[in-house]
Design a binder for this molecule. Structure first.
Ligand code: CMP
Length: 137
């Protein structure tokens, strides 16, 4: 079924000039860009977005990292796009993410307190609805 998901090109992806390469993969896969914008989220937005991670050891470094520069927020649509984008992105840890995925091809461990893994994609229809509301209102 046609659905929508929130994709973020995180600050590391934007800073490294990988936005175009990442968008090219999303477009080549055939998903539709419904809305896209450059954002500098404040802490409140990030606290809502990452509420499930509050209290974890990487939580504060994560919020700091996400405020280190702009991200690109994308409302992306297509049949099974939630699952499909997560497959394009690869697993959370960029060191072991499969080659051929965004994280596997462009990411690595930089020895920091937080995994800088280039992109975010909603993990369920419920998360997608919640996160799209946070980032696009
Ligand atoms: P994402 O899955 O989009 O949302 C949570 C983020 O926290 C994740 O991307 C990584 O950037 C980061 N993260 C998740 N797990 C860890 C971990 N074990 N150590 C450091 N950072 C993590």
């Amino acid at each position: 079924p046609t659905e929508e998901t929130l994709v973020l090109v995180k600050p590391d992806g934007v800073a490294r000039g990988l936005t175009g390469a990442i968008l090219a993969r999303i477009e080549a896969k055939g998903y539709a860009l419904v809305d896209i914008r450059l954002v500098e989220p404040d802490r409140e937005v990030l606290e809502k977005h990452y509420e499930e991670h509050a209290g974890k050891p990487f939580y504060e470094p994560l919020l700091e990292f996400m405020q280190s520069g702009p991200s690109v927020a994308i409302r992306l649509a297509g049949n099974r796009v939630i699952e499909g984008f997560r497959s394009l992105a690869g697993t959370t840890d960029p060191t072991t993410a499969a080659p051929g995925t965004i994280r596997g091809d462009f990411g690595r461990d930089w020895g920091l307190a937080v995994q800088q893994n280039l992109v975010h994609g909603s993990d369920s229809p419920e998360s997608a609805a919640r996160e799209l509301e946070i980032w696009f209102g």
